[in-house]
Write a protein that binds this ligand. Structure first.
Ligand code: FES
Length: 375
């Protein structure tokens, strides 16, 4: 039996363990934790701010709720931040180990000309409270994953960190190889901790690829390539590949893995930026479907365009429906359908109760006739 609680104290002196009443570290190893269905928001309070790099900061929140925040390693939360008189909703991957369910950490990277990411990096103050729903997402480690390859670029490293910390906390002997692509040495998040994990986890390997290395950098240089993956993962049989990074990175890695004949079911991916989180560029669709969408609460009606989601139609009509992931994962955009039929391309963000009450996910919902929404 692995005495995870004891190991935590001995192995992880850098991580202050909060009082037992607030932090639930399992007394013995668990192979997995139960996923939490989307429900009412958690109230989280910021208790610690740690600078990681010049443009990324780890924020630790304690969970001020009777309900336990049961995440699986790799999942994300949808946060509602209130500042400067505005409410902003964003999704952030959890980077702390889900084995420590009394607190949760995220590491937002400051986005140039960003809004929430700038606030979180520069102005988030200890004591601040936020609402969060979730955890969401299918991008997670399962008990069956015994050999994993984590391919991360930029801030795509955060869900990978949650997975590795989880392996460490539960003393799991999963074979894990992390391939981390980042611009410069100074942009490497969690650098010190990866070195420590390398010493503690006997089945962990860690390779960094810098696209803009300094002259003294002794490691690999350039962009993600088949050579880099093959060199560091010589045996791909039986491995599950986790991909997280910006869209161009994801496309490149997918293409390479396909060339290497990795089966699609052994590839899991999480995209951020681009078509996922954040505002989408204005649509150039013009062809009308002949269907109309009526927003009952706003008293507005609009024509639906080809391929247009309900969320896009609402934005075009000036009807505000909050959204976050725009991938059908988080449930932020759920809205009650009062009349008509809607086809959804994903439904993970819809809990059974909401589904039974007639809610639809507007970000991935497309009308198949005239529809009426409670918005
Ligand atoms: S915005 Fe996340 S499910 Fe629609």
């Amino acid at each position: 039996m692995c005495l995870a609680g004891l190991v935590l104290v001995i192995r992880r002196p850098r991580v202050p363990v909060l009082s037992p009443a607030k932090v639930a570290v399992p007394a013995k190893a668990r192979a997995a934790v139960t996923p939490n269905a989307p429900n009412s928001p958690f109230i989280l309070q910021l208790v610690q701010v740690t600078k990681q790099t010049s443009d990324s900061t780890t924020l630790r929140f304690v969970v001020n709720s009777e309900r336990k925040l049961d995440a699986r390693p790799g999942q994300f939360l949808t946060f509602s931040f209130l500042f400067d008189g505005k409410k902003e909703t964003r999704c952030y991957s959890i980077c702390s180990s889900p084995a420590r369910s009394g607190y949760v950490e995220i590491t937002p990277k400051r986005v140039k000309d960003g809004c929430v990411s700038v606030f979180l990096n520069d102005r988030a103050a200890i004591g601040m409270t936020v609402e969060a729903t979730g955890p969401f997402g299918q991008f997670c480690l399962t008990p069956e994953d015994k050999k994993i390859v984590l391919l991360a670029a930029g801030s795509g490293i955060t869900p990978m960190m949650a997975m590795l910390r989880y392996l460490d906390d539960l003393c799991l002997d999963t074979q894990a190889t992390l391939l981390y692509c980042v611009r410069t040495r100074d942009d490497m998040t969690f650098r010190q901790e990866f070195e420590e994990l390398r010493g503690r986890l006997k089945n962990f390997q860690y390779h960094v690829l810098l696209s803009k290395p300094d002259a003294d950098w002794p490691g690999a240089r350039g962009h993600i390539s088949r050579e880099f993956i093959s060199k560091n993962v010589p045996e791909i049989e039986g491995r599950v590949f986790f991909l997280c990074g910006p869209p161009p990175f994801m496309e490149a890695v997918r293409r390479i893995l396909t060339e290497m004949e990795v089966a699609p079911e052994r590839i899991r991916q999480e995209t951020f930026g681009g078509a996922g989180v954040g505002p989408k560029p204005p649509l150039l669709r013009t062809a009308e479907t002949g269907f109309t969408i009526e927003f009952a609460s706003s008293g507005k009606t609009a024509a639906l365009l080809e391929g247009q989601s309900l969320l896009e139609a609402a934005a075009a009509a000036g009807v505000d429906i909050p959204s976050a992931c725009r991938q059908g994962q988080c449930g932020t955009c759920k809205t009650r359908l009062l009349a008509g039929y809607v086809h959804m391309t994903a439904e993970q963000g819809l809990d059974p109760e909401s589904r039974a009450r007639g809610f639809v996910l507007t970000c991935v919902g497309h009308a198949t006739g005239n529809v009426r929404l409670d918005a």
